[in-house]
Design a protein around this ligand. Structure first.
Ligand SMILES: Nc1nc2c(ncn2[C@@H]2O[C@H](COP(=O)(O)OP(=O)(O)OP(=O)(O)O)[C@@H](O)[C@H]2O)c(=O)[nH]1
Ligand SMILES: [Mg+2]
Length: 540
């Protein structure tokens, strides 16, 4: 694209950049497994008009699967394994939504995704409140300074007292919780929610074949209409609750939300489409547009800065059987990205051309002519892009590296047939995605040893090797719990003194020495016996 020549043109260009940035909302949905992230995602897409029919997490009856659970194993098991990017337009906003997996074995993928967003939706199961994995992910949001909106889900099932849930959010997460609506009953007794600001009842009525929801404006909770619609007992409870909330409760405060000191809380039921539409509207109006990003040197890159910059936070191969390729997911942090533009590859110190730029919708993709700060685009550029790479045009920048989680489980992979080249290629591609680390034993086994963070990842590896590469593979789990890269502090490295058992000497993909340890005991033993060697947790 030609550079704007005159001052006027530059000002116009700046205006349009500012407009594009202001209308963008980029967020991730997080929670403990099974709270309903994928279901909520699907319903948000439905309201946004981005899909016509909601798929189910376990779509056996209808044959329709959730858009964000596109991997075969996700559909079979009804869990999310890998984050999915979904982009759509709504009410003049350009929304990028990232549905993340809740299971801790896949949390590295979730952590990376949290680097690419500007805010977060936290989903809680109304019967369970704050669960372990939600707490962990919330802590990450806090360190990343991400504002959090809360959706308390599954009110159609027996739920905990809403005050107790609010109290738990405040106590366990250490933030204020500001209710935006209030539930009337729960489980089979669930009658809907009262919108505290709009003073409207949203009724939840079970009907054959579905649920009817209708906002009904009322003057306040004591309005006789309320009693008519939900019964006297529920009305009394609501009057009491609203009195407590307006007396001692936390009110929504934009500055506190943006500063991660407060989370606005909404109640609903994603599965029954209840409370999803008002939540989506609130999301668009409350969630922040893309914020400035810190570079590795501590400078801030403004989203409206005219020079393009951004980083790769995820790589995934073979997302769609029709396109067997490797996609690097790139978060734009500033400027305007246009198709075919030439950008600097910071790590390689070379120029690359962005010839294939896509916008994603689950597994589906379309070519994008341009993208702005906040957007997540898929770049197809096999082998040249790695997780954490910065691309820029104009002023050089480098975004902070994306830390890799240390592997805690190890297994030898034995392919059924002997197409070694194909097998090596497959393993290398999965390693590029950060799904596994590959090691070659120095002696003993002939097969590669892979390291992962959680055991479920072994199932994913076997399933993907079969589905995507046609390789049947046996996974033999090995009794090691840690990998360390020995680095000698002396110039002439002596041979390592290793115990006779409980360790395995291997090489990594870059042919560096690595030792696998069966327990802390062997690790301590080695550290004591090799005082001139530090055992580093990660290679880079
Ligand atoms: N009763 C009820 N069930 C729900 C509701 N929302 C989701 N579910 C069910 O809860 C289960 C888990 O939902 P998912 O959307 O897959 O949960 P998730 O948070 O995406 O789970 P992971 O991605 O595996 O972490 C599914 O069986 C859903 O049908 C709800 O509002 N009410
Ligand atoms: Mg899910």
């Amino acid at each position: 694209m030609a550079q704007p020549s005159s001052l006027d043109e530059r000002a116009l260009e700046g205006d349009s950049l500012a407009r594009e940035v202001a209308r963008r909302r980029t967020f991730a949905i997080i929670s403990h497994p099974d709270a309903g992230k994928t279901t909520l995602t699907e319903k948000l897409l439905l309201y946004a008009g981005a899909i016509e029919l909601a798929g189910a997490v376990r779509g056996r009856k209808t044959g329709r699967h959730a858009t964000s659970d596109f991997m075969e194993m996700e559909q079979q098991r009804g869990i999310s394994i890998s984050s999915a990017a979904l982009e759509f337009e709504m009410h003049g906003h350009h929304v990028t939504l990232l549905d993340t997996p809740g299971h801790q074995d896949f949390s590295e993928d979730t952590y990376r995704t949290l680097l690419a967003v500007d805010s977060v939706v936290m989903v809680l199961d109304a019967a369970k409140g704050i669960e372990a994995q939600t707490l962990k992910l919330f802590e990450v949001c806090r360190t990343r300074r991400l504002p959090v909106l809360t959706f308390i889900n599954k009110l159609d099932q027996p739920s905990r007292d809403p005050f107790e849930l609010m109290d738990e959010i405040e106590r366990v997460l250490g933030v204020s919780a500001a209710p935006m609506n209030w539930p009337l009953g729960d489980g089979i007794d669930f009658r809907g929610v009262y919108d505290l600001e709009a003073r409207a009842l949203m009724l939840y009525e079970r009907q054959r074949g579905g649920v009817r929801t209708e906002p009904v404006a009322v003057t306040d909770p004591a309005d006789p209409l309320v009693g008519e619609m939900v019964g006297e007992r529920r009305q009394r409870e609501l009057i009491e609750a609203v009195a407590i909330i307006s007396g001692a409760g936390t009110r929504y405060d934009e500055a506190a939300y943006r500063a991660e000191r407060l989370t606005p809380v909404f109640f609903g039921s994603a599965l029954n489409d209840f409370g999803v539409e008002p939540f989506l509207n609130a999301l668009l109006s409350l969630a922040p547009s893309p914020s400035p990003r810190l570079t590795e040197t501590g400078d801030l890159v403004e989203p409206t800065d005219p020079d393009l910059s951004g980083f790769v936070f995820k790589i995934q191969a073979n997302m769609n059987p029709r396109h067997r390729d490797r996609v690097a997911f790139f978060r734009v942090c500033s400027g305007r990205l246009t198709k075919d533009m030439a950008v600097q590859h910071e790590r390689l110190g070379t120029t690359i051309r962005l010839a294939r730029v896509y916008r994603f919708f689950g597994r589906d993709r379309e070519t994008v002519p341009e993208a702005y700060a906040g957007d997540v685009v898929g770049l197809v550029n096999p082998g040249r892009l790695a997780i954490g790479d910065t691309l820029y045009a104009g002023t050089p920048v480098r975004f902070p590296p994306i830390p890799q989680f240390p592997a805690e489980r190890f297994a030898a992979l034995r392919p059924g047939d002997v197409r070694h080249k194909r097998f090596d290629e497959a393993i290398n591609q999965l390693a590029e995605e950060g799904l596994l680390q590959v090691f070659m034993p120095q002696s003993g086994f002939r097969h590669p040893v892979v390291g992962v963070v959680g055991a479920l990842q072994f199932d994913v590896i076997a399933a993907r090797l079969k589905a995507e590469y046609g390789i049947e593979c046996t996974v033999d789990q090995l009794p090691y719990v840690a990998a360390r890269w020995p680095v000698s502090t002396k110039r002439e490295a002596a041979a390592l003194a290793l115990p006779l058992s409980g360790v395995l000497a291997v090489k990594d993909r870059r042919d560096r020495d690595v030792v696998l340890f069966a327990s802390d005991w062997e690790l301590r033993y080695c550290a004591e016996r090799n005082p001139d060697v530090t055992f580093r947790e990660l290679s880079d």
